[in-house]
Design a protein around this ligand. Structure first.
Ligand code: AG3
Length: 275
């Protein structure tokens, strides 16, 4: 019998694939093509415009490094904004922090939220948490217009190419900087280190023009072309090289190791030389 696979093709013919046993759902939403598969060994696979968003088994290898380093570097993160993240994984990890009073999530595509709710349980109750405010809308516009201020802003978007491109623009970073409290942290996923090096560089330079300090780090993510990059923008007197390991103990993390926070900052030398 013929084996079926889903392969995400990156530039220059680099592929990341999973054996799949079933296609559970497929639709063209208002914004993108959405596919959901059952995989042989990694649970369900969510795909947007042909790019892997997550596999259920191992999604924490993305959500933990996206959320916890900034949350643990901030002394008291109470108000958090998430842009994107329709599957609810980022929201779930944010709400594990007891300091959080309110977590606002702005996802542009309602279908991503609905399909995630119906077919997966990545959110594990996060959408029903009284501290969560989930909105369907354009994150760029929301950030420009809101009167709210945040301690941490997390961008859990698709890649820095195509529809999410605006989320990697200097103008957007300026809005984010303005909407952070005097001490605040901004983090965005920034694509594959090897395959989107130029996009990573562009985003880094644009962030440098806006934030008081900018850090880059990488992490191996299950389902993406690893290593994956993340960019952190700092506003005010905060040190992203140090995290609160005491608070971290309660979180019982699986992938990101706060006691080895410094290991996040490893980058291939050619990339560090370019940054
Ligand atoms: N956010 C998507 C990260 C980008 C993946 N890119 C790719 N596979 N080319 C993921 C949503 C999970 N909350």
């Amino acid at each position: 019998e013929k084996e079926r696979a889903f392969i995400e093709w990156y530039p220059r013919g680099y592929g990341v694939g999973f054996k799949v046993t079933d296609r559970l759902f497929e639709t063209q939403t208002k914004y993108q093509r959405l596919e959901l598969y059952e995989t042989e060994g990694f649970g369900k696979l969510l795909v947007l415009d042909g790019t892997v968003q997550l596999v259920e088994v191992g999604e924490e290898s993305y959500h933990e490094p996206l959320v916890h380093p900034v949350m643990l570097a901030h002394p008291n993160p109470r108000r958090v904004l998430i842009i994107g993240g329709g599957d609810g994984g980022t929201l779930r990890e944010v709400l594990r922090h007891e300091t959080v009073e309110k977590a606002t999530m702005v996802e542009i595509d309602e279908m991503v939220i609905e399909v995630s709710k119906i077919y997966m349980n990545v959110a594990r109750g996060a959408f029903e948490d009284p501290r969560a405010e989930v909105m369907v809308g354009d994150g760029v516009r929301y950030l420009r217009e809101t009167d709210e201020r945040f301690d941490v802003i997390i961008v859990d978007s698709t890649d820095p190419v195509g529809p999410a491109k605006l989320l990697f623009s200097e103008e957007f970073y300026r809005d984010a900087y303005e909407k952070l409290n005097d001490k605040g942290l901004y983090i965005t996923q920034a694509g594959s280190v090897y395959l989107f090096t130029n996009e990573l560089l562009d985003a880094y330079k644009a962030m440098k023009n806006v934030f008081d300090r900018v850090y880059y780090f990488s992490f191996p993510v299950i389902g993406y072309a690893s290593p994956w990059s993340f960019l952190v923008g700092v506003k005010g007197d905060l040190d992203f090289t140090k995290v609160d390991v005491e608070r971290a103990k309660k979180l019982d993390l699986y992938y990101y190791d706060p006691e080895r926070h410094e290991t996040l900052f490893q980058m291939p030398k050619y990339v560090r030389d370019l940054l």
